[in-house]
Design a protein around this ligand. Structure first.
Ligand SMILES: *Cc1c(COP(=O)(O)O)cnc(C)c1O
Length: 456
């Protein structure tokens, strides 16, 4: 983890190129007390040491992926301007970059973008997946008259909470033994009526499960509801060629959704502050209609603030995403996609090792790049306690894992424990989202084995 000399040189050259566009302005005086800046930065560096090494392949716990160096540099470059993508007044160039980048994300899901002027979809970047889902659920509420929103029990916890903020009723649909929305339960619920919106998750946050989208799309023909796809974590996997056929089939019908959420700051190699919401029907823009007495003056063209709930919003995110997409286009078989596929290969390798182990039981065969597993023990409480112990012991060997509380209903049939003395079990969880994880898996496994032997 470093700004290499070469990277700093590239950044300086880019900064000079940017500056040359403003050469005609009169000079301003620069007075800087660099020694004090240095002191403060040293203290910030010391504070930042109190982090796990998210950038290193031995970090394979939470959903944290280092941004691409080009994304980091483009973001830093944009910081010289600090554009605001609320309005063209504050970020003309970065708004154009946002529209281009958003169109590429939409095209990845099959919502093609012919000309920039009349996009056949509506979309924009925003702070993250939560806000992106909030906008999608808000639009759903407006269009369905507040009919019930349903999502699976394994959907992101914010759906229930956001529905509450919107004062819209929300219900959770049970999941099957693989953590996917249970179709029979969903159909039953739809038959009872008053469901306005179904949220399908393609890649749940805890398990990486992919809801059965083709069947949900078929139900949409019969029961007319809005279909929102939460692909905040899993969306980019639509490019991957090493998915199971069922998973592939789900991604192949994503374009049948009314709205889609994807988080470039999860798998898209972006710094935080980069989510994206897409609507298939561009006319939902009318719901966002508002007047801003201060902005929207420099141009009659669309200002992104006219189609976003947020007002001020960092243009730097758009610059970073745009630059990354220039370097790594969203192509099947391309360099970016190979990175996703490598993470999934790493997940399958870990899964196979767990399957052969005497101590562990994988909860599911990974659908994407998340692996969750339990520790064999007599009871659920003992197993949970050992999972915690291994979580800590693995850190002694610099392997950083995560933990996930899993409901008994999902874990019961897997043979992790014989006696259920509680309603849930704590499992170990690993998100293998760095391309390097494939090469590092043997090392990760060796260290995990050592840690396992030590806790007995
Ligand atoms: C991460 C995640 C979210 C929330 O996104 P943030 O960017 O963390 O706000 C929503 N849904 C799913 C499926 C996620 O994985």
């Amino acid at each position: 983890m470093n700004w290499s000399r070469d990277e700093l040189d590239l950044l300086e050259a880019a900064a000079q190129a940017l500056q040359s566009g403003f050469r005609d302005l009169p000079e301003t005086a620069d007075s800087a007390d660099l020694s004090r800046w240095g002191e403060v930065l040293q203290r910030a560096a010391t504070m930042l040491q109190d982090n796990d090494p998210y950038f290193h392949p031995l970090y394979c716990g939470q959903m944290l992926k280092p941004p691409h160096p080009v994304a980091r540099m483009a973001y830093a470059l944009a910081m010289l301007m600090n554009p605001n993508n609320h309005a063209l007044d504050g970020g003309r160039a970065s708004s154009a970059m946002e529209r281009e980048a958003t169109a590429k994300l939409a095209a990845m899901f099959g919502w093609s973008s012919a000309a920039d002027e009349s996009l056949p979809f509506l979309g924009h970047l925003c702070g993250g997946g939560t806000l992106a889902n909030f906008e999608a659920l808000w639009v759903a509420r407006e269009l369905t008259g507040g009919k019930t929103i349903v999502a699976s029990q394994q959907a992101h916890y914010t759906h229930g909470r956001l529905s509450g903020v919107l004062q819209n009723s929300f219900e959770a649909i049970a999941v099957d033994s693989r953590g996917r929305m249970d179709l029979a339960v969903l159909e039953d619920r739809l038959r009872r009526g008053d469901v306005g919106t179904v949220v399908a998750t393609l890649g749940t946050t805890a398990l990486g499960a992919v809801d059965p989208l083709p069947e949900i799309v078929a139900l949409k023909q019969r029961f007319r509801f809005r279909l929102h796809v939460d692909a905040a974590y899993g969306g980019y996997f639509t490019l991957a060629d090493n998915l199971r056929p069922e998973t592939r089939a789900a991604f192949d019908v994503i374009c049948a959704a009314d709205s889609i959420v994807i988080d470039p700051h999860k798998h898209g190699l972006q710094p935080y502050g980069c989510g994206c919401v897409l609507f298939r029907d561009p006319s939902v823009a009318r719901l966002y209609l508002h007047d801003s007495p201060y902005t929207y003056y420099t141009s009659d063209e669309l200002h992104l603030g006219e189609i976003s709930l947020e007002c001020s919003r960092e243009g730097a995110s758009a610059v970073a995403l745009w630059a990354t997409l220039q370097l790594l286009p969203l192509e099947r078989g391309g360099e970016f996609t190979q990175g996703l596929e490598a993470g999934r290969t790493a997940a399958l390798a870990l899964f196979q090792w767990l399957q052969q182990s005497d101590c562990f039981v994988p909860l599911l065969e990974p659908e994407l790049d998340i692996v969750v597993w339990g520790v064999r023990a007599a009871s659920a409480s003992e197993s949970s306690q050992q999972a915690r112990a291994l979580f800590h012991q693995a850190r002694q060997h610099q392997v950083y894992l995560a933990l996930a509380t899993t409901p008994r209903s999902l874990a019961e049939t897997k043979g992790i424990v014989t006696h259920w003395d509680q309603d849930s079990i704590i499992c170990l969880r690993s998100v293998l989202m760095k391309p390097e994880h494939r090469e590092w898996m043997p090392e990760i496994i060796t260290r995990l084995q050592r840690a396992t032997d030590e806790i007995g």
